[in-house]
Design a protein around this ligand. Structure first.
Ligand code: PLP
Length: 458
């Protein structure tokens, strides 16, 4: 018997009653779950007392670590003052106003307005409804379709999953919904052809997008959505001119630019927002995860002034922006988010992430020099991917059924390191509070695990 599954243990009871997200049921039944009991700084501890450095900040979100006294105090104070209220029907709270002001200011959205929701998926869906209202008010109600990109991850609700460009989010559900389209991913390592330079590659990606728009009919396309740097799709940084060139195509066809900053926001890429790292100028941005360091489920959309003007005009013309979630602007979420942002400002998150990111990528690049199976190290700030390949020269991937990335995950886990394989790309997005010793620990455990994997592969 697997020791973790001893009778009456939490693991055993959990397997009996708990349906997990993105989990293989057979593996869960055989091995039991990791029962996480405590967290401190960048480490978590399981129910047997074993510590792991979680180099994925949970789900790219625990930016300030797994416990934080200040966030706990902000939540507790707010709970004692007002544990619930909402933002429907003209209601607000001081912290809703303050957080909206802060987000508009930080994002630099001209005349912007902030909308609150609970999850990243809801924020992305909100942007799409706003895009529909915007075009309708401007006399273009047929502009309904949304273009996302292959390899994208945008959420798990039916629309969120439709926006994803990953087959494992679609296959079993008959998705994407009609009207959710996908254009080519900017993925230099895998997508650039021999002899093609970056400018030619970007021109080809723009041509792909334009062909899709024209074939669907420009008067049917409402919006384009992109993560500035791909997260779940394999941590992929686009070519430098990609967004500037793509935006020329979007402007030509009157298509709104949406930025999914759910992972990239709040310092992750070495700037306050990923859009600044990649030169993207969106009309709307979706924020979540780092907004509250994952310590409370809260998300937000920040939209340019003209989007709000459309909502205003829509209502004036007899329409209704029939949208809102019970917890849109939950007071405790607002309090936690305001405190998280105050901490980011005090720690100078951008400078810290740049320094720690340089140290982490330095270690990974050194490792790549001596490892025969590291094809590419890529990323920005504190968001890095290591792609493992069978042949470094030809970039030939390992056969998928070897599950090399997953094997690394298991070895690393035994070594007390949690990262995340995306096929054969190892993903790292540690809490932004990592110090030098933490970064070195991630690198040491990665090297140890990689050497064991290399040996296993023979
Ligand atoms: N967008 C991106 C880039 C994400 O990584 C995620 C979640 O991982 C989402 C959207 C969906 O967020 P949520 O799970 O809060 O709905």
């Amino acid at each position: 018997m697997n020791e973790a599954l001893r009778p009456n243990s939490i693991a055993k009871r959990d397997v009996a009653v708990h349906l997990h997200s993105q989990t293989n049921p057979k593996y869960l039944a055989e091995h039991g779950p990791l029962v996480v009991s405590e967290g401190s700084g960048v480490h978590i501890t399981d129910s047997d007392g074993k510590a792991y450095l979680d180099a994925m900040a949970g789900l790219w979100c625990a930016t300030l670590g797994f416990t934080n006294e200040r966030l706990a105090a902000a939540a507790s104070e707010q709970y004692s003052k007002l544990g619930f209220y909402h933002t429907f029907f003209n209601r607000t709270m001081d912290k809703a106003t303050e957080l909206a002001e802060k987000l508009v200011d930080l994002t630099g959205m001209a005349g912007g307005k902030a909308y609150f929701a609970t999850s990243g998926s809801e924020a992305n869906e909100t942007m799409i409804k706003l895009a529909w209202v915007y075009h309708t008010v401007r006399g273009k109600p047929t502009k309904r379709k949304v273009i996302a990109r292959e390899r994208a991850f945008h959420g798990s609700t039916i629309v969120g999953a439709s926006l994803c460009g990953l087959s494992f989010m679609h296959r079993e559900f008959g998705l994407p919904l009609p009207g959710f389209l996908h254009t080519s991913a900017p993925f230099p390592y895998r997508g650039m052809r021999e002899g093609e330079d970056e400018a030619a590659y970007v021109a080809r990606l723009c041509a792909d997008l334009e062909r899709l728009i024209v074939s669907e009919g420009p008067d049917t396309i409402a919006a384009f959505i992109a993560e500035p740097i791909y997260a779940g799709g394999g941590i992929i940084v686009p070519p430098e001119t990609y967004f500037a060139e793509i935006q020329k195509v979007l402007k030509k066809y009157d298509i709104l630019a949406l930025s999914d900053e759910i992972v990239c926001g709040f310092g992750r890429t070495g700037n306050w927002f990923g859009k600044d790292t990649v030169g993207y100028e969106p009309d709307m941005m979706a924020l979540a995860k780092g907004l509250s360091s994952g310590h409370f489920p809260i998300s937000a959309v920040v939209a340019k002034g003209e989007i709000y003007d459309a909502v205003y005009a829509f209502n004036e013309a007899g329409g209704n922006f029939g949208h809102g979630f019970t917890n849109s602007g939950h007071p405790v979420g607002l309090a936690v988010a305001l405190e998280a942002i105050a901490i980011y400002e005090e720690m100078d998150v951008v400078d810290h992430v740049r320094r720690m990111g340089a140290r982490l990528s330095g270690h990974f690049n050194e490792l790549a020099k001596t490892s025969p199976i590291i094809g590419e190290v890529r990323g920005a700030g504190l968001m890095w991917g290591i792609e493992l390949v069978e042949d470094k020269d030809t970039r030939a991937p390992f056969a998928p059924d070897l599950k090399v990335g997953l094997s690394f995950d298991h070895i690393a886990y035994e070594n007390g390191l949690i990262c995340r394989c995306m096929d054969d790309t190892l993903g790292y997005a540690p809490p932004l509070i990592v110090g030098e010793a933490d970064v070195d620990e991630i690198a040491e455990k990665t090297e140890k695990s990689l050497r064991a994997l290399e040996k296993q592969l023979g």
